[in-house]
Design a protein around this ligand. Sequence first.
Ligand code: SF4
Length: 557
Amino acid sequence: MAAHLDVEKIKADSRALRGTLAISLKDPTTAAVAEADTVITKFHGIYQQDDRDQRETRREARLEPAYSFMIRVRVPGGVITPEQWLALDRLADEVANGTIRLTTRQAVQFHGVAKEDLPGLIRTIDAVLMDSLAACGDVNRNVMCHVQPEAGPVHAAALDWAKRLSEHLTPRTGAYREIWIDGEKVAGGEVEDEPIYGKTYLPRKFKSGIAIPPVNDIDVFSQDLGFIAIAEGDQLLGFNVTVGGGMGCSHGEPETFPRLADVIGFIEPEDLLAIAEAVVTIQRDFGNRDNRKRARFKYTIEDRGLEWFVSELEHRSQVKLTPPRPYQFVSNGDRYGWQRMHDGRWQLTVFVENGRLNPDARAALKTIVNDHAVDVRLTPNQNLVITGVVESEREHVDRLLDGAMSEGRGPSAIRRNSMACVALPSCGLAMAEAERYLPDLVSRIEELAERHYIAEEPITVRMSGCPNGCSRPYLAEIGLVGRAPGRYNLYLGAAFDGARLNRLDLDNVGEADILSRIDELFGLYAKGRNADERFGDFLVRADLIQAVEHGREVNAG
Ligand code: SF4
């Protein structure tokens, strides 16, 4: 959001997220919406962007920037039915740039959508019971959930809670339907109450999700509010609650920092919504509304203290937390390839580089969905799971995917564990490339790994084009965050299970320095690691990187 905009005032004056959007959409003189409406569109899941590659030439030609819109479709828990997938696939060609992007929060993004195509797009997803409301903006965003359904009844129960959580925290405004779908105003034209959010919604975005040990694919410690499922056999007993995680920070501003969430206690499943609502209202009432850079919930916890927070939470929710139950995570990545599901059918997890589904991959997937009526699930690591395949059809699915998509056996272990945000050319905040550059950089890192005979070691590599950290780079064993074109901060030493942040190792460097440092450390790792020791853990044990105890240390170097 443009720094000069008074976002709190725009929200307060927006009449429950209407603003002047309906007028902006009808304005034929520009491909953009009014500036204040760019704040409001985010709550509707829509970002106005312009092609930064074209900025200079358009400016010289005295043309307005090449505006288009990114629209993010909300997919709670990442579950998409065949009918929904086919509708999304169609839209990629009809109104977007021919690709579908899978996000790090299990949502779907379309890029390059023209203003006049937005209503049709939203009506199409509405017809298959999807929406983009609250996919962005200062509200609870897409609720994440561990994606792989082989966990059977526990997964089904956790997913059900993820959907209920999503529903409970979705804004009540009728503006979305009124503006995009049927144009009908609420009777009398009055504005709806937002019982949870109030008139100004939250001070900043808010992220939540449910993890199911031993897989921490949702990076539960990066969420503002997280739930770690605790089960006994097939029975979901409840959740450990985590609060105050978050990735974003600003370069050179030490009062901002990534933060790992605290585990504050255990609750029974029936208490989840009361706890979530209380957490959100505490942030609504106590979050910092004066400084957006320090407005995330993690700073409310930092500034007021965990003891105060837990007491306020128990008071508001009327739920007494009990001590956290034991759990263990082993990784924050995805498990690729075929796995047998609880019901005897099969699921296939497929690697999608940086979440970008190109036309070939889309075509293969469309045929699979058409022929086999399988569900598609989106992972928190920008990959895909095809679920519900019967034994006799596995070979056919493999054949269709062959060449168009990889099921994880082809790319190296490092590439399979890599992830980048969109960054340039579309993201207005990007300081450096990410999605367009990481594949090449990974190729060079792979060469180094081969030279040191560690090519089959899964090592997490994540790149973000700016310190907002949409690809969760501070939880990668090798994290790269953009400083300027071709320049990055290199962070090292996070834990493979997502439970330890990394630390700044090199500040504002180019590719040669990055590769030289990785080469040196790969050499030491190859020689000095213990059996099954992960790269990040080795760096810490060998005193090459000092373990980060608190997020403030991440950028301290
Ligand atoms: Fe844009 Fe920064 Fe997020 Fe990347 S990390 S998508 S550059 S805001």
